[in-house]
Design a protein around this ligand. Sequence first.
Ligand code: TXA
Ligand code: MG
Length: 350
Amino acid sequence: GTRVWQLDPDRPDPEIISRAAEIIKKGGLVAFPTETVYGLGANGLDGEAVAGIYRAKGRPSDNPLILHVADLDMANRLSRNLPPQAPLLMEKFWPGPLTLVVPKAGGIPQQVTGGLDTVAVRMPGHPVALALIKAAGVPIAAPSANRSGRPSPTTADHVLADLEGRVDAILDGGPAGLGLESTVLDLTGPCPIILRPGGVTYEQLAGVLKEVAIDRSVLGEKLSKDQVPRSPGMKYIHYAPAAPVILFEGEPEKVRQALSRRAAELSARGKRVGILATEETAAGYAGGAKILTMGRRKNPADAAALLFGRLRQFDQLQVDVILAEGMETRGIGLAVMNRLRRAASEIVKC
Ligand code: TXA
Ligand code: MG
């Protein structure tokens, strides 16, 4: 069975942390809160333990994992040759939601890197995560603690819903902070490239780095058949609730009209329709549909915090289809839109 341990997110009980760390050291699996989403952790230096993560999630084993560290020494030991931008980025954004892809050092199991010559490293900014890594004394490999393809978990209940009976323990430290995953930044090429937008924004990185690029796939462009994705995670369907998501993008009033029309059509055909709206727009939709909001349009951090939970709520409401409003791609809005586009089976440009 899966044990669930409640703990104070700001001052985690050392007794509970040490029990969880014992499980990690023995090769087991522990889900834990971070400042982004919940992670599913195993000893990152133990290939067998890491293989257990893939089994529990049902995740394709060529999709590599992030190694989570508690201090800079641990991070430095994971790279044979730290890129020149790394120290500054670590100083500015760690602990925090920035993952750096760097040349890997020897001794990192291939189950972590999916056979790549690089490794993804981050120092999480959550007291529970940091305490767990310190107590375990090893870097902790951790993907988001969801079944593969499902929305990432932002509460311990989400983790339990996906992984009960498949992991040894869950540390319940309340809701994760940001609600979306870390930014993945590749430092192994001539110019730093954002492979996945997340908690640290493009604008923040551009403020510190001489140059920074955004990978084409981030903006929702589909890769052609002969293109190799830079980040293996890019080629998989992600964040999808049970019902298909149709995303409406463009000028807000046109979005409202197109979305309303589609909702009416689908309802007329007997479909149960869910609408993902904002506080400002929710009242503009006619009754019949299940409407959930992602906070205020002018505050994309609301949407970041709420998005994954809302997608799971629509599952519980058993809607047949989810119609979602798009938002601007400024700041954290880029990460929100990246997740929505990847969850969507259809994108309507308005
Ligand atoms: O916020 C987060 O990053 C959360 C928490 C738990 O830390 N973790 C997380 O892990 O989102 P996961 O496994 O769901 O996503 C890791 C992403 C994937 O898209 C993967 O393809 C990419 O990082 N990645 C990992 N190692 C890589 C590498 N060596 N090169 C390129 N991309 C890599
Ligand atoms: Mg994930």
